[in-house]
Design a protein around this ligand. Structure first.
Ligand SMILES: *[C@@H]1O[C@H](CO)[C@@H](O)[C@H](O)[C@H]1NC(C)=O
Ligand SMILES: *[C@@H]1O[C@H](CO)[C@@H](O)[C@H](O)[C@H]1NC(C)=O
Ligand SMILES: *[C@@H]1O[C@H](CO)[C@@H](O)[C@H](O)[C@H]1NC(C)=O
Ligand SMILES: *[C@@H]1O[C@H](CO)[C@@H](O)[C@H](O)[C@H]1NC(C)=O
Ligand SMILES: *[C@@H]1O[C@H](CO)[C@@H](O)[C@H](O)[C@H]1NC(C)=O
Ligand SMILES: *[C@@H]1O[C@H](CO)[C@@H](O)[C@H](O)[C@H]1NC(C)=O
Length: 417
C-alpha cells in the first residue's frame, strides 16, 4: 500500500464510529434478526435509486475516495474530495437487455465453453444446453470484476465439481471498471434489473423454476443481488447469499437499493471485512461474522484479502467435510464485550452452501489461516480466541484509526471486488 499524499480522518474512523453506533442501537433492545440501519442513515429521499451526485451532496467535501488509477505498480493514487465522478465512466441508459450486462451458462457438459444467454434472443435461453431440472446458481462479481474473476474463480469450479448444476456468471465488467466506483454503485440497480429480466425469461420459457434459483453475489455483486428483488416479476427469490456485501456508499442509502432480508425468502450473509469494504451490520436472515469480523487469519491487514475470504469460505463450504459452524451471539457488541461464548455443539449453525434456510440470527465462526479453512465443530480454543480477538481487534482498530489519521494506512478500494 502506498503512502497517500493527503491525510484525512472522517472516513477512516468510520468502522469505529459504526461500532459505537451499533452499540447505541443494539444494547438494551431485544435482538431482531434484521436490525434496520435507518437510525444511523442520512435522511433518505423516498426510496429512490441512489444517484451518485446526490451522495456527493450528502457526504460533502469532507469525505474522500482513494483510487488507484492505472492499476498495479504503475498506478497512481488519487485522493478525491467527495466520491469521484470521472468523465470516462459509463453512465448507460437504464435499459434491459443491455449489451454491457451479459450472462454466461456453465454446466459440466459445457466444460470451459460457456453459452451466452441473451434476453434479446429467446432461443439462446430456450435451447441452451441446460442441466435440466438441476439447481441454478447465479454468480455476481463486484467492482473491477468480470465473469472470470472472484467469486466466479472460486465458486464456479466448486459447484461444478460438486454436482451437475447450472452456473450462470453475470458479467457487468464494462459498468464496473476502476476507478469508477461511484458509477458502479449507480449501475447496481441496472444490473439488478437486467438480471431480474433474465430470470423472468428463464421461468417464462420453462427452462428453470424460480424455486431452483439461488443468487450468490460478492461485494458490490451482493448489492446487485439485493436489487434483483426490486425488479423480478415472476415471484420472490428463494435464496440470496451475500458475500461480504459492499459497504462504501451503501450505508447512506435507503433499504430498497441494498441487500436486506426482504430480498429473498432466505438471505444468508458472510462477513469477512465488516465495517471496511464489507457491510458491518446484519444484512439478511442469517449473518455470519468470521474470526475478528474485520480481519481474517492469514491476511495480515490486507483488506482486499480479508474481503476475498468470503467467496473462498463459501466455495469451500460446498464440499467441506468439516463445515463452518458458528455460535450464536445477539450482536457484534456482545461478541466484542465477551458476553457470548460457544455453547453446545448441538446449538451451532452451519454456514455456507448447506446452511439451514430456517435458521435466523447472528453467528460467529472461526477458520484456519490457510486452506482448508473450515474448523468444523471444533471450537476448543474458541473462548480463548474470542478474548484474544476482542483485545486484538479493539487494539488494532484503534491503531488503524491512528495510522489512518497519520496517513500510513487508509481504506481504499483498489483491487476491490
Ligand atoms: C456499453 O459500454 C460501452 C463502453 O464500454 C459504451 O460505449 C456503450 O454506450 C455501452 N452500451 C450500453 C447499451 O450501455
Ligand atoms: C428495467 O428495465 C426495463 C426494461 O428495459 C425498463 O422498462 C424499466 O424502466 C427498467 N426499470 C428501471 C427502474 O430502470
Ligand atoms: C472434486 O470432488 C471430488 C469428490 O467428489 C474431490 O475428491 C476433489 O478434491 C474435488 N476437486 C476439487 C478441485 O475441488
Ligand atoms: C433448521 O432450523 C430449524 C429452526 O432452527 C430447526 O427447527 C430445524 O431442526 C433445523 N433443521 C436441520 C436439518 O437442522
Ligand atoms: C491468546 O493469546 C495468548 C497471549 O497472547 C496466547 O498465548 C494464546 O496462544 C492465544 N490463544 C489462541 C487460541 O490464539
Ligand atoms: C500501523 O503503522 C505501523 C507503523 O507504520 C505498522 O507497524 C502497523 O502494522 C500499522 N498497523 C496497522 C493496523 O495497519
Amino acid at each position: 500500500m502506498r503512502a497517500p499524499s493527503r491525510t484525512m480522518s472522517a472516513r477512516a474512523a468510520a468502522p469505529l464510529l459504526a461500532l459505537l453506533l451499533v452499540a447505541a442501537v443494539t444494547l438494551g433492545g431485544a435482538p431482531t434478526p434484521t436490525p434496520r440501519e435507518d437510525a444511523i442513515d442520512f435522511p433518505d429521499e423516498d426510496n429512490e435509486v441512489l444517484d451518485p451526485r446526490k451522495v456527493v451532496d450528502l457526504l460533502g467535501e469532507e469525505d474522500y475516495l482513494d483510487v488507484l488509477v492505472g492499476g498495479g505498480e504503475d498506478g497512481k493514487w488519487l485522493s478525491l474530495p467527495g466520491f469521484g465522478i470521472f468523465d470516462g465512466c459509463i453512465n448507460p441508459p437504464a435499459e434491459c437487455p443491455n449489451s454491457n450486462v451479459t450472462f454466461w451458462l456453465y454446466t459440466r457438459e459445457l466444460g470451459g465453453e460457456p453459452e451466452q444467454l441473451d434476453v434479446a434472443v429467446p432461443e439462446s435461453i430456450e435451447y441452451a444446453r441446460w442441466a435440466r431440472g438441476k439447481p441454478v446458481k447465479v454468480l455476481i462479481h463486484g467492482y473491477t470484476g468480470n465473469k472470470d474473476y472472484s467469486p466466479n474463480t472460486e465458486i464456479r469450479p466448486a459447484y461444478l465439481n460438486y454436482s451437475d448444476f447450472n452456473v450462470i456468471s453475470v458479467d457487468w465488467s464494462p459498468l464496473a471498471p476502476s476507478p469508477c466506483y461511484v458509477q458502479a454503485t449507480y449501475n447496481v440497480a441496472l444490473v439488478g434489473n437486467c438480471t431480474a429480466q433474465l430470470l423472468d425469461e428463464m421461468v417464462r420459457l420453462g427452462v428453470a423454476a424460480l424455486e431452483d434459483i439461488h443468487v450468490v453475489g460478492f461485494s458490490l455483486g451482493g448489492q446487485v443481488a439485493g436489487n434483483i428483488a426490486n425488479y423480478l416479476r415472476s415471484g420472490t427469490l428463494t435464496r440470496i447469499t451475500g458475500l461480504d456485501p459492499a459497504l462504501p456508499l451503501f450505508t447512506t442509502i435507503s433499504t430498497s437499493p441494498r441487500l436486506d432480508a426482504s430480498d429473498a425468502r432466505f438471505v444468508d450473509v458472510i462477513h469477512t471485512n465488516a465495517g471496511w469494504k464489507g457491510k458491518l451490520l446484519p444484512s439478511g436472515h442469517l449473518d455470519f461474522y468470521l474470526n475478528s469480523i474485520i480481519q481474517q487469519p492469514g491476511c495480515s491487514w490486507d483488506s482486499s484479502c480479508d474481503h476475498a475470504r468470503a467467496p473462498a469460505y463459501f466455495a469451500e463450504s460446498i464440499a467441506s467435510p468439516q463445515g463452518f459452524w458458528g455460535f450464536s451471539c445477539t450482536s457484534i457488541i456482545s461478541f466484542y464485550t465477551g458476553l457470548c461464548s460457544p455453547g453446545d455443539a448441538a446449538e451451532m449453525v452451519l454456514m455456507g452452501e448447506h446452511a439451514n434456510s430456517s435458521a435466523r440470527g447472528v453467528y460467529f465462526a472461526y477458520t484456519n489461516p490457510t486452506f482448508p479453512f473450515a474448523k468444523g465443530h471444533d471450537l476448543g480454543e474458541a473462548v480463548e480466541n474470542l478474548h484474544n480477538a476482542t483485545s486484538q481487534v479493539s487494539g488494532a482498530l484503534g491503531e488503524t484509526a491512528l495510522n489512518a489519521t497519520s496517513g500510513s494506512h487508509r481504506p481504499s478500494l483498489h483491487h476491490d471486488n
